[in-house]
Design a protein around this ligand. Structure first.
Ligand SMILES: [Zn+2]
Length: 340
């Protein structure tokens, strides 16, 4: 049976400053979560805040960072390190933000933030410690930028640099493809199941390697071709606050290719394309074309200009180009009750 690990949902109301919360389930140990952007997340349950292990920030405009303080407040007593990734100089901005509070009662805290500043060609990592009252920004390392940005046993995260007058970052989380054995082919070849199947699935064999099964010699590479089918891993993409010229259209389409869920800003109608360009945003029609050209499965519209009385007009415009478009499902609200 195919196992899924990533479960995304939008936090807040439909036309709110949004965040995308991605539950990471079915992994050993404590479940985790990835949060994309820190919009108005005051409706997120405390247990959900505590699960967050990684935060991906598109850019530092206030509507994408307004919920940062909630994230810190809910995790302050936790013995954990949250990784926060976004465009440089994110570490400086967040450091200043934390220095704006008084921290005289947290000396025993084990809570830490590891912040990655994304530059065009490099990534710099820094550490902020609660027990030090977030006073010092420790330099950890500098690495050359690469995709995937990070990867683990279950999924990988990639990024794309967009154009919003400033760099804005789009993100993609994708479960690894899963190798499955074609049972019909297996019985057609009259092969018994055994440990060798696991080796076949992982691809952990050399090109000329063979195996003797019931007295017959089989080449692993041939067996792999005949017996293994690839089930593509679930992919969720998030693009917000960018223009879309020819170059970016091509790059974004490649980046979101085949996504099962594509969350995208849809700020303006096509009749207001001049405004979209002026404020470095997308029109609903452009978003529809991105989804269509990238053959995504489902497009969810987020982030609408307040100039329209209802976002329904934006949905209608995107749907004309890509019919499998909707607003995301909005979760039930809960209250923040935790005290530090
Ligand atoms: Zn913005």
């Amino acid at each position: 049976m195919k196992m899924n690990y990533l479960y995304p949902r939008i936090v807040g109301k439909i036309n709110d400053d949004h965040s995308l919360y991605i539950d990471v389930k079915n992994i050993p140990g404590k479940n985790q979560a990835v949060l994309i952007d820190c919009g108005n997340n005051s409706t997120l349950a405390v247990k959900d805040f505590i699960k967050i292990s990684t935060v991906l920030i598109s850019h530092a405009h206030i509507d994408h960072l307004i919920g940062f303080d909630n994230l810190i407040r809910m995790n302050l007593r936790e013995e954990k390190r949250i990784r926060i990734i976004g465009p440089a100089p994110l570490s400086t901005l967040l450091h200043h933000r934390l220095r704006g509070y008084t921290w005289n009662l947290v000396s025993g805290s084990k809570f830490e933030l590891e912040i990655w500043d994304i530059f065009p060609r490099i990534i710099k990592k820094f550490l902020l410690r609660c027990c030090e009252k977030f006073a010092k920004k420790h330099f950890l390392e500098k690495i050359s930028s690469h995709n995937p940005l990070f990867s683990n046993k279950w999924y990988e995260c990639s990024y794309i640099i967009l154009e919003h007058g400033i760099p804005s970052i789009g993100y993609s989380l994708k479960e690894h493809d899963q190798m499955k054995v074609d049972k019909n082919q297996l019985s057609a070849l009259m092969l018994p199941e055994g440990k060798w199947i696991q080796k076949l699935k992982t691809g952990d064999f050399s090109s000329g390697e063979s195996i003797i099964i019931d007295g017959t010699t089989w080449n692993f590479k041939n067996l792999h071709e005949h017996l293994i089918t690839i089930s593509p891993g679930f992919k969720v993409c998030y693009i917000t606050d960018t223009i879309c010229n020819k170059r970016l259209h091509k790059q974004i389409v490649r980046f979101i290719q085949g996504a099962h869920q594509f969350y995208c800003e849809s700020s303006f109608l096509n009749k207001d394309a001049a405004l979209a360009e002026k404020y470095y945003h997308l029109t609903a029609e452009q978003v529809g074309h991105l989804a269509k050209d990238a053959h995504v499965e489902r497009l969810y519209l987020i982030h609408f200009s307040q100039r329209y009385t209802s976002p329904d007009v934006l949905l209608a415009e995107a749907k004309k180009v890509f019919s499998n478009t909707s607003f995301p499902h909005v979760p039930r609200h809960s209250r923040i009750t935790r005290k530090v």
